[in-house]
Write a protein that binds this ligand. Structure first.
Ligand code: EPZ
Length: 420
């Protein structure tokens, strides 16, 4: 099991290229199941989660060719031989549930393992199932699998989501493209990854309006064609690396960065004393004057502050001047990075969904353990600014969502290396 060794080393300077979005790619890939024609994704990120989705699609009979070092995924679902998504693959990655809607829409049947929980929460899929039932699916939950049927095909309907769910919106959106008639998704998720999926589906011939707002309307069509689509920039990778110069000092340019993907996050950085400047190539980030100031954070569905940047922001606020309160409203257990940050000298009190952070001048390096994807990178950010040496273990979590993190950071002067 690999670990990452980091030595606190002062200001960073240089450029970091931002890859395509993991959470867009993980919903764009299952869209290949909706058509027998080729679907090609460019600007795909090179991550273990993408390899897991490739394996899952392959197990269904789809062909996924990973070209140009993994940046291009040439997919074809002409010969889907199976509708069974096995627990062995699904348990490794919850996004596997996103094959359910497309399989149902195109073939009228699917057998998908329930994903089970994960470190940050129970992660139920009841909203996915409710939406597909509204579209006419007959669902039977037994032996850990969803057995879904729609022998006469799906039928358009009004779907009212009681809470905003990114994945349930994606499953319903993909299924509705081939349903008979009109579907309206109310209280739909507005994330940029949803907008990206809608744009790709439209290129494939889908009739969709309203993506990016809370109401998405889909006119079902008989079939979808192929397309080529560039995966949108990863706003979570972007936000993560914007925090590197914020916590260490110096100046870093994030290539491909766009402020519109992270407006709420950039507002918080501004309030904390971090300058974000748009350049011809992306975003340039630096601290306005030395130590950042404490700010309060509440995580919300887009366009609010992203839950996927909460752990990373906490690392910054551990070194801020003053006391910050972070409220995690999306997941029930997403402060597991806090005990690890405490080992580095941070002062944090967690009560339920609130974490109160009293900033300290300097963190101190220590051996720490990654518990989930975003927590692992939060520890690396803290280690960059800490005195001394930090070893982050269980970095397989990290590789799920960040390609070549040690290369990208060491190119800006960070002392960071992977040790097997
Ligand atoms: C997506 O997960 C992302 N994953 C998550 O990123 C992200 O944190 C999350 O959206 C919120 O933005 C991918 O896109 C692959 P939700 P998803 O459905 O779709 C509850 C990362 O680090 N809920 O919007 O699973 C759920 O428990 C990952 O890249 C139900 O109750 O998130 C949560 O409390 C982590 N029933 C809330 O809704 C359901 O059927 C939001 O979940 C579905 C969700």
């Amino acid at each position: 099991m690999d670990s990452i060794l980091v030595r606190g080393n002062g200001p960073l300077k240089g450029q970091i290229p931002i890859a395509g979005a993991k959470n867009a790619c993980l919903t764009l890939m299952p869209a290949t199941l909706l058509t027998e024609e080729p679907l090609t994704l460019t600007n795909a990120p090179r991550l273990s989660d993408i390899r897991t989705m490739t394996q899952l699609l392959g197990s269904l009979g789809a062909e996924v060719a990973s070209l140009q070092g993994g940046q291009v995924l040439a997919m074809s679902s002409h010969d889907i031989s199976s509708r069974h998504a096995d627990y062995e693959i699904v348990r490794k990655m919850r996004a596997s549930i996103l094959v359910l809607g497309p399989l149902l829409a195109r073939f009228g049947e699917a057998e998908v393992s329930l994903p089970g929980g994960c470190a940050i929460g129970a992660r139920p899929v009841d909203l996915h199932l409710r939406a597909l039932e509204a579209l006419g699916a007959e669902l039977d939950l037994r032996d850990g699998y969803v057995h879904a049927k729609a022998p006469k095909g799906l039928v358009g309907a009004v779907v009212d989501f009681p809470i905003v769910s990114v994945g349930a919106t994606e499953n319903a959106l993909m299924a509705a493209t081939l349903a008979k008639g009109t579907t309206v998704l109310n209280n739909a998720a507005r994330e940029p990854e949803i907008v990206d999926l809608a744009r790709c589906l439209r290129r494939m011939g889908a009739q969709i309006e309203g993506e990016g707002t809370s109401t998405i309307t889909i006119q079902g069509v008989d079939r979808l064609g192929g397309a080529t689509h560039a995966v949108v920039t990863d706003r979570i990778e972007l936000g993560t690396y914007m925090l590197a110069p914020a916590i260490c000092g110096g100046e870093v340019e994030l290539l491909g960065g766009r402020i519109d993907l992270l407006a709420a996050f950039c507002e918080k950085l501004d309030a904390a004393g971090v300058s974000v400047e748009e350049t011809a190539n992306g975003l340039k980030v630096s601290r306005r004057n030395g130590r950042v100031r404490a700010v309060d954070v509440v995580t919300e569905p887009f366009p609010g502050f992203p839950t996927d940047l909460q752990a990373q922001m906490m690392a910054l606020l551990c070194t801020a001047e003053g006391t910050s309160v972070l409220e995690e409203r999306i997941f029930e257990n997403r402060f597991m990075h806090a005990p690890e940050l405490l080992r580095m000298g941070a002062r944090i009190e967690v009560h339920g969904g609130h974490a109160t952070v009293h900033g300290v001048e300097k963190l101190r390096g220590a051996p720490v353990m990654a518990t989930d994807l975003r927590a692992s990178v939060s520890l690396i950010l803290a280690a960059l600014a800490a005195e001394g040496e930090t070893i982050v273990s269980r970095v397989y979590h990290l590789d799920r969502g960040y390609e070549r993190v040690e290369e990208k950071l060491s190119a800006c002067g960070a002392l960071i290396e992977r040790i097997s």
